[in-house]
Design a protein around this ligand. Structure first.
Ligand SMILES: CC(C)(COP(=O)(O)OP(=O)(O)OC[C@H]1O[C@@H](n2cnc3c(N)ncnc32)[C@H](O)[C@@H]1OP(=O)(O)O)[C@@H](O)C(=O)NCCC(=O)NCCS
Length: 174
């Protein structure tokens, strides 16, 4: 894969040696929440040879991994991808790295005949940076499930189409 769009970092597919740093990022971001287990599941899939459903792209600065995006095709669908998680280390945030990772994932899905991408996030304040990032990356809210995670914490379903394809009802084109 060619180095990607945003000049905030360089982007490359993750390799086995990136596993520990990605786990450390998840621990840092989600250890005090109930959500780490879901991301761990997709990290495990990625290292278990299920790249269709879960693979990662890392962002590097000066040879150091500063973030990653975990994503893949949704099993049983034709051309629907899912962004499982995006993480950028604290010191590199608010500088376009997350946006670059999101764009890199969408570009990868596009090159694999993707036509739609979804993301699912809890509706809670700690995920506002993630919601803003997904908004900048062209995702729009297409639905929510009330009290999904627990009372008063909804599941928000976001989606965006991949340019060049037929628009999908209910989803704005990016
Ligand atoms: C979410 C996260 C990946 C964003 O990474 P990032 O490198 O800071 O993202 P970017 O710099 O590309 O910012 C993207 C947009 O979101 C906005 N944004 C990011 N963090 C923000 C924050 N804390 N408050 C307000 N806006 C924020 C940026 O201003 C930018 O908007 P702009 O284009 O209008 O300037 C990072 O905050 C993170 O790792 N958080 C912990 C893990 C997490 O919650 N992941 C999201 C799961 S969906």
């Amino acid at each position: 894969m060619a180095p990607r769009l945003s000049s905030a970092a360089t982007y490359r597919p993750a390799v086995d040696g990136d596993r520990d740093v990605m786990r450390a990022f998840v621990a840092q971001d989600l250890a005090t929440t109930p959500y780490g287990v879901v991301v761990e599941y997709f990290l495990h899939l990625a290292s278990d040879g299920a790249a269709n459903e879960s693979r990662a792209i890392v962002a590097e600065r000066a040879g150091t991994v500063v973030g990653f995006v975990l994503f893949g095709e949704v099993a049983g669908t034709i051309g629907t991808g899912r962004v499982h998680f995006v993480s950028v280390t604290s010191s590199a945030r608010l500088d376009g790295v997350g946006t670059g990772l999101c764009e890199a994932a969408v570009a990868d899905l596009r090159s694999n005949d993707g036509r739609l991408v979804v993301a699912e996030v809890p509706d809670e304040p700690s995920f506002l940076p993630g919601r803003t990032l997904l908004d900048r990356c062209g995702f729009v809210e297409i639905g929510r499930v009330a009290d999904y995670f627990r009372d008063n914490t909804d599941l928000v379903v976001l989606a965006r189409t991949i340019p060049g394809d037929t628009p999908t009802a209910g989803v704005d084109r990016a």
